[in-house]
Ligand binder design. Structure first.
Ligand code: ZN
Length: 94
């Protein structure tokens, strides 16, 4: 596994962070964080661990993107069409 992925796993074992916080902590682009999370999610599942996701939430109407399977940011809220979405955050259950 790449060093960056190990670092993300270590970070998320101790802290609940969103993709922006991870990108800042490791000096990588936000887009790369989503690619790593997708890979980490599959790796952890195979190891019997879990990447816990606090879903994206619409700040306009409270809609929760709980059924979203992709990690990248949603564009607009499907319920109110608003564009103010609170970031999802991640934590690893050891
Ligand atoms: Zn909404």
């Amino acid at each position: 596994m790449s060093t960056i992925r190990r670092e993300i796993i270590a970070l998320l074992g101790d802290n609940e962070l969103n993709a922006l916080e991870i990108s800042q902590a490791l000096s990588i682009r936000e887009k790369e964080v989503y690619e790593h999370l997708d890979h980490i999610n599959r790796t952890l599942t195979a190891q019997g661990k879990r990447l816990l996701v606090r879903p994206y939430t619409c700040l306009g109407c409270g809609f929760s993107f709980a059924d979203r399977h992709r990690f990248n940011r949603p564009g607009r809220c499907p319920r109110c069409k608003g564009g103010h979405i609170r970031m999802a955050s991640y934590f690893i259950q050891q």
